[in-house]
Every structure is written in structure tokens, then in C-alpha cells.
Design a protein around this ligand. Structure first.
Ligand code: KIV
Ligand code: ZN
Length: 403
């Protein structure tokens, strides 16, 4: 028989050895909790279908007890989606869990996600409960969820500010009660990457039955660290990441799905696991979520921002035209852009200018003519943010008329 310490190491190894990283998308639940981002049932179904095409493993469709509309949305998503597991959120209360179970009844694959807070401040100030009562209620909730499904996720809310020993006791108890995924939320985005990764490692090592559950993380972005904390957790054994399209979510948002997925896919030298995602579907999801919620994506947002694969400076353009990898670590097409973009502006160089003219089928008959056109282009570029193809056509026509 394994001694306790060996068993802990084996559990950690088993979690770390799994080469599959589960992507749990909560755009329709935590994302929707972003002020001003609420969605109708039909909108949720459209986004859920896009997420299914992206091949996310789990879609958290909503919080069925929250409103009749959210109940119907979760039910509609559960009926529409076949290839992803559909999940409903429930506090650790019988009525919440029953409502979630009912909403998910028609799902091809359904999951109930139940949670209760475990940090001293939440237990004392919000729940007004003793720690022992919290454990009892968590266990009761997980057992209740077992009436509806074997696929049960438990979250100790505000785990990022909870005491380690207590967290270990809670997790051991809920895994014993039937939780198959234990999700560790950094609810208020308080942790730093090295700390949060260490927390995950400690939990997997110390919880005696940790090999019976998938360890998951759910990071908020209050300090802009949600993605970094999620990735640090994966390096330390987490095998599910909860995230949202475009990083939508409460306050400063959740970890951005596209960033987590592409970091893991791009840095194969670091990560020993990968997702099953069809990454060329990322842009379609990003545009759909942005248009439905009305939340614009900032141009310099990683992966899905308009400038993520655009080059304006002459040095970069020259490099990319010679060999794409000089300034790109991913292919634009791999995340759903039609192509990368060479943007002509005041920092652009002669090589990019000439290449664009050739693409437009404009051939100047001498090096002198090219120099003249390039000088005019620079003058114009000082007055405009971006030079479009029409500007180039006009500029070359003018130059040839004056010559
Ligand atoms: O941030 C959080 O703690 C949550 C839980 C419900 C998982 O969203
Ligand atoms: Zn959250």
C-alpha cells in the first residue's frame, strides 16, 4: 500500500500527466454577470452554438435559479448543444440545485456546478456561518446534485483568500461526496501567478483523494492577472480552465479564453497538455459575443484585437515580408483572421509600400518614380492615421499626371 506522501505525489503526477486541458467557457454565466452584458435566450443559444463549433468542452449556460428567463436559457442551450457538456450554476442550496437539475434534464451531457464561499471574510461577513457548517452544506449540496447527474463540479468561492488547511478539508469532503471536478476560484483576482500556481500544487498534493477529481481554476482579472494565474495553475497540475470569450466577466472580467488557449497551443515547450479546440473558430466567437453584448474589443487586445496581427512600422513590415516569424508567434489564420495585415502609415518603409503597390497591380516604370511616389506617401502619412488602397491609387495617379 502507498504511504500518504507517496500517494500525494502519485495524485499530483496523475493530474499533471493528463495531456488534455479541459476548457470550460462561462461567457454565458460569469460573462453575462458583467454589468450591461445580459443576453436573451436566443442570443445565448447562438453563442452556445458558436462555442460548440469552437469545441469547448463545457459551456456554463447560466444560473437557472436567477430568473425564469435564465432557467429557460439554460434549458434551451441544453437542448441545442450536443458536442459540449452544458452546465448550470447553483448555490449550495437544495432549491438552486433542483432548479439546475430541471433546466439540464434534456442535455446530452449535463453538469451541475455548485458553490459556497470558504474564505474567512465571506464565511463571517456574507454567509454568517461557522466553517464546519460550510463543509456540511457543501457536502449536502454535492450529494443533492448527485440525484440529477454524475457530472458534479464544486467551487469553494473566494478560494484565493481561503486558508489552505480548511480548503483541503472542504475539497476532500466534496470529492468523497461525489464531486468530479473541484474548481478553485480566485474570485476577486487577488493572487499573483507564482502564489496561485503554488496553491494548486499544494492542494493536489495535500488533498488525499485528489486523484478522484479534475482540478480546475477560475481566475478574475482585477489586477490584470487572470490569464497569467490560469497558466501558472496549469503548469502546476490544473487540468480545467474556466474562461470567457474576450475576457468578459464580473468587474474587470475573467481569464480570456483565446489567450489561455493560444498560450498553451503556442508554447508547446512549456505545457504538457493541450485543448481540443478548433482555434480558427475563435474570431467568429469573439465577433459574435462583441456584437451581441455591445462590448467592443480594444484594438490592441491579444489574439482578437484588430491590431493583433497588424504591422505598421517599417522595420517590422520589412521583417514580416521577408519571413513572417520575425514578428509573429502565431498565424493569424489559426485564430480565424483572414490574414495578417500590413498597415501603411507614417512608420512604414519602402518595402511595404512597394509590395502594396504590386498587390494593387500598380507598376512604376523606374526607381525614380517609386522614390517620388514614396515621398508623397510619407507626406500624406503625416496627415492621416492609415493610408488606404484608394489613397495609394490617387497618389500614384497624381504623380504620373504631374510628371
Ligand atoms: O468567481 C467566482 O468565484 C465564481 C464562482 C461561482 C465559481 O464565479
Ligand atoms: Zn467568477
Amino acid at each position: 500500500m502507498l504511504r500518504a506522501r507517496d500517494a500525494a505525489c502519485a495524485a499530483l503526477e496523475q493530474n499533471m500527466n493528463s495531456d488534455r486541458l479541459i476548457i470550460f467557457d462561462t461567457t454565458l454565466r460569469d460573462g453575462e454577470q458583467s454589468p450591461g452584458a445580459s443576453m436573451t435566450k436566443d442570443e445565448k443559444v447562438r453563442i452556445a452554438r458558436a462555442l460548440e463549433r469552437l469545441r469547448v468542452d463545457v459551456i456554463e449556460a447560466g444560473f437557472p435559479i436567477a430568473s425564469p428567463g435564465d432557467f429557460e436559457s439554460v434549458q434551451a442551450v441544453a437542448r441545442a448543444v450536443k458536442d459540449s457538456t452544458v452546465c448550470g450554476l447553483a448555490r449550495a442550496l437544495d432549491r438552486d440545485i433542483d432548479r439546475a437539475g430541471e433546466a439540464l434534464a434534456d442535455a446530452a451531457s449535463g453538469r451541475i456546478h455548485t458553490f459556497i464561499a470558504t474564505s474567512p471574510i465571506h464565511m463571517k461577513m456574507k454567509l454568517r456561518m461557522e466553517p464546519e457548517q460550510v463543509i456540511e452544506q457543501a457536502v449536502k449540496a454535492v450529494k443533492r446534485a448527485g440525484k440529477y447527474t454524475d457530472n458534479i463540479e464544486f467551487s469553494p468561492e473566494d478560494a484565493g483568500r481561503s486558508e489552505l488547511d480548511f480548503l483541503c478539508r472542504v475539497l476532500e469532503a466534496v470529492i468523497d461526496a461525489g464531486a468530479t471536478t473541484v474548481n478553485i476560484p480566485d474570485t476577486v483576482g487577488y493572487n499573483l501567478p507564482h502564489q496561485f500556481g503554488e496553491l494548486i500544487r499544494q492542494l493536489i498534493e495535500r488533498v488525499p483523494n485528489s486523484d478522484k477529481a479534475v482540478f480546475s481554476v477560475h481566475c478574475h482579472n482585477d489586477l490584470g492577472l487572470a490569464v497569467a494565474n490560469s497558466l501558472s495553475s496549469v503548469i502546476n497540475g490544473a487540468r480545467q480552465v474556466e474562461c470567457t470569450i474576450n475576457g468578459l466577466g464580473e468587474r474587470a472580467g475573467n481569464a480570456a479564453l483565446e489567450e489561455v488557449v493560444m498560450a498553451v497551443r503556442t508554447r508547446r515547450d512549456v505545457f504538457t497538455c493541450d485543448t481540443r479546440l478548433e482555434t480558427p473558430e475563435i474570431m467568429a466567437c469573439s465577433r459574435l459575443v462583441s456584437s451581441i453584448t455591445g462590448f467592443a474589443v480594444q484594438p490592441n487586445k491579444a489574439i482578437v484585437g484588430a491590431n493583433a496581427f497588424a504591422h505598421e512600422s517599417g522595420i517590422h513590415q520589412d521583417g514580416v515580408l521577408k519571413s513572417r516569424e520575425t514578428y509573429e508567434i502565431m498565424r493569424a489564420q489559426d485564430v480565424g483572421w483572414a490574414a495578417n495585415r500590413i498597415v501603411l502609415g507614417k512608420h512604414s518603409g519602402r518595402n511595404a509600400f512597394r509590395t502594396r503597390l504590386e498587390a494593387l497591380d500598380i507598376h512604376l516604370d523606374s526607381e525614380e518614380a517609386l522614390n517620388e511616389a514614396f515621398a508623397r506617401f510619407k507626406e500624406l502619412a503625416d496627415k492621416k492615421h492609415e493610408i488606404y488602397d484608394e489613397d495609394l491609387q490617387a497618389l500614384v495617379t497624381e504623380a504620373s499626371q504631374e510628371a
